[in-house]
Design a protein around this ligand. Structure first.
Ligand code: ATP
Ligand code: MG
Length: 400
């Protein structure tokens, strides 16, 4: 077994030594069999949560009522979940109850897709009751059990199907696709925060083309926030976006630029995006605007700041199919006379104290930003005397 699994060996060993079973489950087993990089390691066990708490010293009861305990081992952490089945679903999203069980096969039966419903022990033996390995070979996404049943239990699974199509470059099986066409609107019962997570993962997928294709063939987009009000957006996405989008701020900036009826605020509201993501996306959009007006110059790289060069290059590549050389931006940035406003040889306070009789007000900020522009364009030297001379000239012009 590979590195990530070895790190979890100790946790599984302790459980086994105490007479319990424990398996790797879910995405890690799937990714291991596909020979792609393994993400989080999830473990399932027949030990009950309180039994886990007593066996391990460093634990966090992250979801005890659902059977999940975070076990810390060295500098690694693993989510370990008691085998469980889920009770009735009355709201198309969450089970009313969960019940702990002693059989791994039952636990696997509650999982969404066959490729996610496999378990593996420390020797690499695979438990695969629903044909997951076969479906990995066929590159197809099948539900565990009837698609209709699984999608009416938890409607998010329909978007997860599309997300896995994108992440793995797989096709969605016909019966699954048909069921999504029929039950797609149920996704409106699902919290938009959960939708957001799956949509972001879709855009990061190496098979994004396939993912967007599936979003269309399942018609699921007709039930997703924003897309449902602007159907043509999916067409434009398909024509424009050829590669995965690794950065969420670039994703949102792209979606905003491609929508004709929705602005950034609409996206933020519809998907409850974080303030941080909103701020970053707005920054990229403002810089893109500056780029469209004046191209690559000092003002642009100064506004961007070096942190955003990679993101900006991505955005321009997606929208305009133009490859900007990031090192060109870096070179320009390194030659700038100032990198931020605080590099200016004067502060707002300095300017104010030049005119003791003037009230403070927006004029100070305006002066600063004019000074900033002149310094950036090397039309003014960043030196206190020079700047003060310029400011006096402006004041005199104003009073004339
Ligand atoms: P990745 O971590 O690569 O995004 P993953 O398969 O680990 O993919 P997660 O969302 O982390 O996906 O879920 C872990 C596992 O839990 C899944 O593999 C699946 O077995 C199960 N699972 C997650 N969400 C659901 C759901 N909504 N319905 C049924 N099973 C689910
Ligand atoms: Mg995972």
């Amino acid at each position: 077994l590979g590195e990530p699994f070895k790190k979890a060996r100790n946790v599984i060993q302790v459980l086994e030594d105490n007479g319990y079973e424990a398996y790797f489950v879910g995405g890690s087993v799937r990714d291991y069999l596909l020979d792609v990089p393994v993400g989080d390691i999830d473990i399932a066990t027949n030990a009950k949560p309180d039994e886990m708490l007593s066996l391990f010293e460093r634990t966090v009861p992250v979801g005890i009522e659902h059977g999940t305990v975070l076990i810390l081992d060295g500098d690694h952490e693993f989510e370990v979940t008691t085998y469980r089945v889920e009770g009735e679903y009355d709201d198309f999203r969450r089970p009313d109850s969960v019940e702990f069980v002693r059989d791994i096969t039952l636990d696997l039966s509650r999982r969404d897709f066959t490729i996610n419903a496999m378990a593996m022990n420390l020797d690499g033996d695979i438990i695969d009751p629903y044909g997951g390995q076969e479906h990995l070979l066929q590159k197809e996404i099948h539900t565990v059990g009837q698609p209709k049943d699984r999608f009416t239990e938890d409607a998010l699974r329909m978007l997860r199907a599309v997300r896995f199509a994108s992440q793995l470059n797989f096709e969605i099986a016909h019966d699954v696709n048909d069921a999504i066409i029929e039950y797609g609107p149920l996704i409106n019962h699902v919290a938009v925060e959960r939708i957001q997570v799956e949509l972001f993962k879709m855009f990061k997928g190496v098979g994004l083309k396939q993912g967007l294709h599936s979003l269309n063939s399942t018609q699921l987009y007709k039930s997703l926030p924003v897309f449902k009000e602007e159907h043509s957006l999916l067409t434009r996405l398909n024509e424009t976006v050829k590669n995965p989008i690794p950065f969420e701020n670039v994703m949102i900036a792209t979606l905003t630029l491609l929508s004709q009826e929705h602005d950034l605020n609409n996206w933020v509201k519809a998907y409850k995006l974080s303030n941080k993501l909103k701020k970053e996306s707005l920054h990229l959009l403002n810089c893109y605007d500056e780029y469209r007006r004046n191209g690559i110059n000092e003002t642009l790289v100064y506004q961007l700041t070096a942190d955003y060069f990679g993101h900006f290059v991505e955005l321009v590549f997606i929208i305009d199919q133009v490859s900007i050389d990031a090192s060109e931006l870096t070179t320009l940035f390194e030659q700038l006379p100032i990198r931020t406003r605080s590099d200016l040889a004067v502060t707002g306070h300095d300017i104010m104290s030049m005119f003791p009789n003037e009230k403070r007000g927006p004029w100070i900020g305006e002066y600063l930003s004019n000074i900033e522009q002149l310094v950036l364009q090397s039309k003014l030297i960043n030196n206190r005397t020079e700047i003060e001379r310029q400011v006096k000239r402006w004041k005199e012009q104003e009073s004339n």
